[in-house]
Design a binder for this molecule. Structure first.
Ligand SMILES: NC(=O)c1ccc[n+]([C@@H]2O[C@H](COP(=O)([O-])OP(=O)(O)OC[C@H]3O[C@@H](n4cnc5c(N)ncnc54)[C@H](O)[C@@H]3O)[C@@H](O)[C@H]2O)c1
Length: 266
């Protein structure tokens, strides 16, 4: 047998779900995309610690997951909050998380000539440093298990292109994207994979509050002519979290209805 031909490991699902027996920590699990991730993961056999701010919908999302859900009060800017969420996973589900999906984020706008220093620092703190602190919190448990999958939700803003009037947000998402690649390089030897999902416009409270309402004429020109739904992002996170992506790390998976492929002419 050719030594370079290695049998593909069979993913054990046996009808029990693609994440059967896994424990996931979902940052921002009370938000539009985070809720879809938490619910899909439980339907695929995982237990989920929903991490979000106390004033979010995180607690009710966790309650909707029944015995497979638990809520952790986390401000992503706090390393001690992340550590407590990992401890909660251990005490509630018997193991630290072997999946970490970081969805929490804030939309902070401003053009480069008018954005305040405070707004740039806020975006970087939540959308970039928050991811870094979360990753640091889950690493020891994943190293101990010799496996782990980390998925960071970034954005096409700052990754595929800049967006006029969104300097703080775009800067922070570009930093998060670089973090994904650095972490993939540093952690692969420990059996930990790190990837990002890069959404286009998704219909959630964040996009609605930002006044980016789904304009039918905008979406009509896209290869797949509709606004994205939270479940579109959740299914991408599921693939990257499951063993089906066991040879995938350091990648950025676009979920954008084809928007990044280029302009549709005619
Ligand atoms: N909606 C879109 O069109 C879109 C597009 C691209 C990327 N994204 C990204 O997807 C992610 C989720 O966005 P969404 O649309 O579900 O927004 P959302 O506003 O519905 O959810 C965001 C969640 O993050 C939580 N959060 C914010 N600051 C936090 C903090 N300091 N600590 C802990 N939790 C905090 C909020 O409580 C909320 O539950 C964000 O990172 C966002 O940048 C969204």
């Amino acid at each position: 047998m050719n030594e370079h031909i290695v049998a593909t490991p069979v993913t054990e699902t046996s009808g029990r779900g693609r994440l059967f027996g896994r424990v996931a920590l979902v940052g921002g699990g009370g938000g539009g995309i985070g809720r879809a991730v938490a619910q899909l993961f439980v339907s695929e056999g995982a237990s989920v610690v929903v991490a979000d701010r106390p004033e979010s919908d995180g607690k009710s999302v966790a309650e909707s997951l029944g015995i497979h859900g638990e809520f952790a009060e986390v401000d992503v800017r706090s390393s001690s909050d992340w550590a407590a969420a990992v401890d909660l996973s251990q005490s509630r589900f018997g193991t630290p998380p072997d999946i970490f999906v970081q969805v929490a984020g804030v939309m902070v706008g401003g053009a480069v000539d008018s954005a305040t220093e405070e707004s740039v620092r806020l975006a970087l703190d939540v959308n970039a440093v928050g991811n870094f602190l979360g990753i640091q919190a889950v690493i020891p448990g994943m190293k101990g298990q010799r496996r782990g999958s980390i998925v960071i939700v970034t954005s096409m803003a700052g990754v595929s292109y800049g967006v006029a009037g969104l300097t703080p947000y775009s800067m922070s998402k570009a930093a998060a994207s670089a973090l994904v690649q650095c972490a993939a390089l540093d952690l692969g030897k420990h059996g930990i994979r790190v990837n990002s999902v890069v959404p286009g416009q998704i219909d959630t409270p964040m996009s609605r509050n930002a006044g980016v309402s789904p304009d039918p004429s905008f979406f009509a020109k896209m290869p797949i002519p509709r606004v994205g739904q939270p479940r579109d992002v959740a299914h991408a996170a599921l693939y990257l979290s499951s063993d089906e992506s066991s040879w995938v790390t350091g990648t950025h998976l676009l979920v954008d209805g084809g928007m990044d492929a280029g302009p549709v002419l005619g």
